[in-house]
Write a protein that binds this ligand. Structure first.
Ligand SMILES: [Zn+2]
Length: 168
């Protein structure tokens, strides 16, 4: 599956993504691997399939690990593939800057929940649940929005006109 990042006006960015059958088909695994690589190469914190005109409910999030069991503080990150994610709880709020590979050069402050609970599948047969806070919650909410046809600028007052959904 050959994929590439689509432009900010592409209608895939405004379309609800569809559920993925697991275990994930080989073609989609390849696409997800490409997405992960693209995310790393562009130092992004997350990336969602619809950004590549791949209309499925999957994203990759670059998440800060918990402090390791030895208590060593440090910045350890893991790339987590979330297939068919569902945000089950949202608590509190935080405001911080976000950018998006689909909107190069634009950063804006966005309000997000401070803590979220998420269930998701991996690329095999596994199902997971996790609680995420702070920056991790922000990354997941940003990518989760992409699966619902929402972009971060929709949360920003001044950009509403610019990013308005096309009439159906
Ligand atoms: Zn984005």
């Amino acid at each position: 599956m050959k994929i590439q990042l689509v432009s900010s006006s592409d209608k895939c960015l405004r379309t609800e993504a569809v559920a993925v059958v697991t275990p994930v088909h080989r073609d989609l695994v390849e696409a997800i691997e490409f997405m992960s690589m693209y995310m790393s190469e562009h130092s992004a914190s997350g990336i969602a399939a619809p950004q590549f005109e791949v209309p499925f409910r999957v994203f990759v999030a670059h998440l800060l690990d918990d402090i390791d069991p030895f208590g060593t503080p440090g910045l350890h990150y893991s790339d987590v593939v979330m297939v068919n994610p569902v945000v089950t709880t949202e608590e509190g709020s935080q405001i911080g800057y976000e950018g998006c590979l689909s909107f190069p050069g634009i950063q804006a402050e966005v309000e997000r929940p401070q803590r979220i609970g998420v269930t998701w599948s991996d690329m095999g047969d596994g199902h997971h649940h996790g609680n995420f806070t702070g920056g991790n919650a922000r990354v997941i909410m940003h990518e989760y929005d992409h699966l619902r046809g929402i972009v971060f600028l929709d949360h920003v007052e001044g950009f509403k006109q610019f990013t308005q959904r096309a009439p159906r």
